[in-house]
Design a protein around this ligand. Structure first.
Ligand SMILES: [Zn+2]
Length: 569
């Protein structure tokens, strides 16, 4: 304004052009995402229940979890709005902002009538692809170069079952592929599903050796930096830290220890450096899914000393990772998000000691009982197998081929099974000296909260209630007949006498996860309104200025956004 008032118009025009020309090389390129970050990192902690952040809050130090709690937007009441609280659907939900009825992932592995009646297919199994550059000793029998005694027949993996795009896919589309999108986990499903179909790469470990691998869906060979990481001896160091040096069961023995979180985060550093993330002039995305918490959590439960050690150790490791990010990409150029794929139930025996009506249903006995009942109904005197094996409650899958052969309709078959289940569960009252750890003041038997047939789920014939909505969000079509049986809260099934715990229910403890953000656009604070993990992808898509993922149902969390966010440049 001062210049304008002092100079004649013609001179002003000249100066304006000259000034513009002078500034041009310094300005951001025309396609730059002004105000957008160079890199977004989503950290997903497997089986990290929403209350853990509150429980251990006083113990956190540095810039690990505190980065979100003190300087970020933290939503302490985030609940999945469906019943499929497992790793694969959880990660798919985080990426797509949709539930199973939108993204198609119902659990970790399922009977798929269009693919096999011999085995369940995993959520990411794809026999058209192969694992990449695994150590010679781990090459499965069906791949070139396998040792003569290779016992395993393994498929490669891909997002073939994912029916919706992810936030990462939309970043790739919006930038005609210039945005770079990667996923990391110990598990293939957790690296693949939150990143999507158009991801540049997803990396997970060969379970025996612990070396990172990928699938030919993404690339024929690991990048140089990943080869270098595998050759660096870092994998041995992780095994040493876990006190199982030389193990050939890396996933089980190292994977459940805090050492494996550090191992994954070191791989994330190698990826960010190797792929030059945050240096592309557009927003890149990395999803890091930390698996160890789930592996140890199943064994020892949410209230063990191991869980607390895992959380506090992870706090230090995240502090170190975020500090490294600050020194390299610069935290002012980064947005961070933190969440989990599902929660977990307490160990049933521990809940029972406090008087909760917890319990364990023996799925083997249950299957035998209802199969006998189905024979009595449809084929007296015979021993037909009416159920497909591999119980994974709440889903119980019927062998449709057997019913079809006998001319029994899907409706008749599913309704018959649905009617037999509640009495069969009630009949499993525990023996006084038996292994089932039930409390002693309430009913001695577990209780069925509801049974729903696939046809009811498919046609939306569900209660007009909150539960009805959770069930509608849980539906996927895989060509098989099934019923969904919900046990009461804090009750679960197991195939044998086992002291662990699990997750796969519509109850609050399985659905409660953290949801927190850090970065320039977020208004720091503690937010207590009920939100859902689908809001993560929707909020990031809105802030990044790209389309919502194709089936997204999340809400943009406007209450946690600054009215105008500053340009991180
Ligand atoms: Zn789990």
């Amino acid at each position: 304004m001062a210049l304008r008032s002092l100079l004649p118009k013609s001179l002003l025009a000249f100066f304006s052009v000259a000034l513009f020309a002078l500034l041009l090389p310094l300005a951001a390129p025309a396609q730059a995402y002004v105000g957008k970050p160079k890199l977004i990192v989503i950290v997903v902690i497997d089986q990290f229940r929403g209350d853990y952040l509150q429980r251990d809050r006083a113990e956190f130090k540095g810039r690990g979890f505190r980065l979100f709690l003190d300087q970020g937007a933290n939503f302490s009441d985030c609940y999945f709005d469906y019943a499929n609280t497992k790793t694969a659907p959880g990660h798919a939900t985080i990426g797509t902002g949709a539930y199973t009825d939108g993204h198609g992932i119902e659990t970790n592995d399922w009977w798929d009538a269009s693919r096999s009646f011999e085995h369940k297919v995993s959520s990411v199994e794809d026999e058209r692809y192969q694992l990449v550059d695994v150590p010679a000793s781990s090459i499965p029998a069906n791949q070139p170069g396998a040792p003569d005694d290779a016992p395993k027949f393994l498929s490669g993996s891909s997002p073939r079952n994912l029916r919706a795009t992810t936030f990462g896919d939309e970043l790739r589309l919006a930038t005609q592929g210039r945005a770079r999108v990667f996923g990391i986990s110990l598990k293939d499903r957790a690296a693949i599903l939150p990143t999507g179909q158009a991801a540049n790469g997803a990396f997970w470990i060969d379970t025996a050796s612990g070396q990172f691998t990928t699938s030919t869906y993404y690339m024929e060979h690991l990048p140089e930096w990943a080869h270098a990481f595998n050759a660096s001896g870092r994998v041995n160091e992780a095994a040493r830290e876990a006190k199982v040096e030389g193990t050939t069961q890396f996933f089980e023995l190292v994977g459940r220890m805090p050492a494996a979180n550090r191992y994954e985060l070191d791989f994330a550093r190698a990826l960010i450096s190797g792929e030059k993330l945050g240096q592309n002039g557009v927003t890149d995305l990395l999803v890091v899914s930390l698996s160890p918490n789930d592996i140890q959590g199943h064994q020892f439960g949410p209230d063990s000393d191991f869980e607390e050690q895992m959380i506090l150790s992870l706090d230090r490791d995240l502090d170190s990772f975020y500090s490294w990010l600050d020194q390299t990409v610069g935290l002012k150029n980064v947005w961070l998000a933190l969440t989990a794929d599902h929660g977990v139930a307490p160990i049933p025996a521990e809940a029972a000691q406090l008087g909760i009506h917890s319990g364990v249903v023996n799925s083997k006995t249950l299957y035998a009982k209802v199969n006998a009942d189905l024979n009595a109904r449809f084929s007296p005197g015979k021993q037909v197998q009416y159920l497909l094996p591999g119980a994974d409650l709440p889903y119980i899958v019927l062998d449709r081929r057997v019913f079809e052969k006998a001319g029994i309709s899907e409706a008749a078959a599913e309704e018959a099974l649905a009617g037999l289940l509640p009495p069969a569960v009630a009949a499993q009252a525990p023996q006084p000296d038996g292994p089932l750890p039930l409390q002693h003041r309430l009913s001695p038997a577990a209780h069925v909260a509801g049974v729903y047939t696939r046809l009811e789920l498919a046609h939306g014939q569900l209660p007009a209630s909150e539960m009805g909505r959770l069930l509608a969000h849980s539906y996927a079509e895989h060509g098989n007949w099934y019923v969904m049986m919900l046990l009461d809260a804090y009750q679960m099934s197991a195939a044998s006498d086992w002291g662990g715990t699990t997750h796969f229910s519509p109850w609050s403890y399985d659905r409660h996860v953290p949801l927190a953000f850090y970065g320039a656009p977020f208004l720091p604070g503690e937010y207590h309104q009920r939100v859902a993990p689908v809001d993560l992808a929707s909020t990031l898509a809105s802030l990044a200025g790209v389309n919502q993922p194709s089936a997204a149902v999340g809400r943009v969390l406007t209450e946690a956004l600054k009215p105008v966010h500053p340009d991180p440049q």
